[in-house]
Ligand binder design. Sequence first.
Ligand code: TXA
Ligand code: MG
Length: 365
Amino acid sequence: MSAKENKLDTKSLMPDASGVKQAIAILQSGGLVALPTETVYGLAANALNAQAVQKIFAAKERPSFDPLIVHVPGPTPDWEEWVRMGWLDSSVLKERTLTTLNLWAKDYWPGPLTLILPKGNAIPDAVSSGLTTVGIRMPRSDAMQSVLQGISFPLAAPSANRFGRISPTTASHVLEELNGKIDAVLDGGACNIGVESTIVRPHFKGEEIISLEILRPGAIDPSSLAESGKIPMQAPSTKHFEKTNAPLAPGMLDSHYAPRTPMKWDHAGVSDHAGVSDHSGLSLAVLELPHAAPPPASWSNNTKVLKHAKLSSDPNQAAHELYAVLRDLDALQADLILILGSLPKPEEHPLWHGILDRLTRASHR
Ligand code: TXA
Ligand code: MG
């Protein structure tokens, strides 16, 4: 793209009263501001303004079939008001539905939980990609809450990266991805959690939520969610993660969160991958997982290892640093990013499931 087509440089705002005020002014006039959440940086626009929302899709080069999450002000939900404003459908106010929603909100909001709920008619189709539902999330970061509490509309905000690429967890990551394409970034430092919110689709029977489906794993443990919502169910459904070529949820594509450098798992010794890896003559960037494995036999004297990064065995730290480590390895312009070893089991901590999901998609070609 020529310099002429670019906007002027993206403004960097401090997370103080003046920065928040400037972010609010830009959003009120239909512009785009990247804001820090506790998960990753989001690229925010007025969710009720279809034109502003279109700018998100243009800046990210995101296909229109991939719906956006709508961020709401906290610290407690105001379901009646949100229905009155047309953000949500009135069916969420049915007593038994509301009971479950309030239990979840009490335990997890503000925080990294996105709920897929029937949408109200003020949410344009551009946000929901034409679906009758909308993803609602109450983010926890102070900076984003200050912005949300200073405006009268909710914020549509996908992760602030080019479509399919690595999500940003610092303001400088945002600028690497989108400098000149968005109006401003509010620099709130590194995001605490580091991987995106847990997305949950409640299943309704009549007026009641009877089960839940995890569409994207994150920091929240699915069985705690069921317990918290007092849902009479055996086990939460995670059928989305069964191997399939068709995305069961819109936007949940097999390839996502990807570095530009090809990335693959070393499955040395695993029969269906045997013979695939010959690393002689290649320059490698290595990501070693907490359960280490020895370098594969296919490494030879002329395999050049540019960098060997090790992911923390502490799940919170591992999630916190995951995307920054991937970006570092990607910047080396190696022939290949090779993932060695394996992750602890998801039962040990929900974040291992989230990290496995991201690494699997990042290495999918
Ligand atoms: O932590 C997060 O959730 C971050 C921060 C910025 O809040 N946001 C984020 O947004 O990860 P994004 O656009 O990168 O991912 C949103 C995903 C979509 O790709 C889609 O899979 C799912 O949310 N989604 C959104 N609306 C949906 C809907 N109505 N039904 C099913 N899935 C939906
Ligand atoms: Mg994303």
